[in-house]
Ligand binder design. Structure first.
Ligand code: PMP
Length: 380
């Protein structure tokens, strides 16, 4: 039987057959002209996805956490301080990273499911001295989208570098690197870009690269952007063997992103989020994330009273849909449903149908067909 399991966790997300076909191309030399062309295309298309015409892209075998590390160690020296604006598990990870490298950090933490008020950021900036500020665009643990533009207004003209974690946003949510004067945008391919995991994606402004150049050394070898820069400027050169197949797949995923067009892609993510949430509401389910800060890429849903987390996810899996559990304080109390990347009406309908069936199997009273009916009118 063909495994038709639908992976609706907040990353990795379903990979389109076109991208899988690219991934399955024979592995070639990392300096083969055919690969070098794909590598160059992926770099250019990633820069365009981040809406920059000048910033320096880096594509390195690794993952989102490596991209966080690259963003931090190349811009903040040990002994300097970073201000971490955290909306959950992945925001907090910047604090852990900072500690690992002897970088001082102040973590501004919101209540889970809410966003840090811009006034809090303003106060922290006035009270401390920071080399950089980290912001998680959409925190995958809480579903919270940061009011990035409001934070950026406060940072305009200030010396702190701005590091934005787009791992759960890039490709699904508008991110304007040049217009917003970002310094590092870091992300990964396995979420809203819709490619398989395996690479760290970062984009560095000239100011961020100048900061790296001003530091004689950084506490890193593989993560040091200076070692990668010659390869990113000429992908035919060697530093450490790139993950050839994953980069070919990423190039294909980025081609699909630009074929769809950024405004259309972001609008699709917005509509899918609305339709999923209309469907969930029709089943009587409540979202964990506060209404004013819900990211379009995933929903964090409270389990109804009496419904056990593992039993629910087992019922979902039996219906061919995999969702993720809650993290941190909402572990066992909520589930997370990813709705980003290369998905459309079919995936939404299957996921909502499975939620309805699972709840019913666990004794929750639901109106048959209500979720899909509520979602249908809003679907793209
Ligand atoms: N940042 C965010 C917002 C994430 O969601 C994740 C992964 N879920 C990461 C960073 C870390 O990425 P990875 O698991 O690829 O290391």
């Amino acid at each position: 039987m063909i495994d038709e399991t639908l992976t609706m966790i907040p990353g990795p997300t379903p990979v389109h057959p076109r991208i899988l076909k690219a991934l399955a191309r024979p592995t070639v030399s990392h300096v083969a002209p055919v690969f070098v062309e794909d590598f160059k295309k992926a770099l250019a298309d990633f820069q365009a996805l981040c809406q920059s015409s000048t910033a320096q892209p880096f594509i390195v075998a690794g993952g989102g956490t490596l991209s966080m590390e690259m963003g931090l160690v190349n811009t903040v020296a040990p002994g300097e301080k970073v201000l971490v604006v955290s909306h959950g598990y992945f925001g907090d990870r910047f604090g852990d990273l900072a500690k690992s490298f002897g970088i001082g950090c102040e973590v501004l933490r919101s209540e889970w499911g809410r966003a840090v008020a811009p006034e809090e950021v303003a106060k922290a900036l006035a009270a401390g001295q920071y080399a950089a500020v980290t912001i998680t665009h959409v925190d995958t643990s809480t579903g919270t989208v940061s009011p990035v533009e409001e934070y950026l207004k406060l940072l305009k003209g200030r010396p702190e570098l701005v590091i934005l974690d787009g791992v759960c946003a890039t490709g699904g949510v508008d991110e304007r690197f040049d217009e917003w004067s970002l310094d590092v945008l870091l992300t990964a391919p396995q979420k809203a870009i819709g490619a398989p995991p395996g690479v760290a994606l970062t984009l560095f402004s000239e100011k961020a690269l100048a900061r790296r150049r001003s530091m004689a050394t950084v506490p890193a070898y593989y993560s040091d952007v200076m070692r990668w820069l010659p390869i990113m400027q000429d992908p035919g050169k060697y530093y450490s063997t790139p993950c050839v197949n994953e980069i070919v797949a990423l190039a294909e995923a980025l081609r699909m992103v630009h074929e769809e067009g950024l405004p259309a892609r972001f609008a699709r993510h917005g509509r899918i989020a609305l339709s999923v949430r209309a469907g969930l509401a029709a089943l009587g389910l409540k979202l964990f994330t506060a209404p004013d800060c819900r990211g379009d890429t995933l929903s964090v849903i409270l389990l109804p009273e009496g419904v056990a987390d593992l039993a629910f996810r087992k019922e979902m899996a039996a219906r061919g849909v995999v969702v993720a559990g809650g993290l941190g304080p909402i572990a066992g109390k909520a589930f997370r449903l990813g709705h980003m990347g290369n998905i459309g009406a079919g995936e939404v309908v299957k996921a909502l149908g499975a939620v309805e069936g699972s709840l019913k199997a666990l004794g929750v009273e639901v109106q048959p067909g209500a979720a899909v009916a509520a979602a249908a009118s809003l679907l793209p």
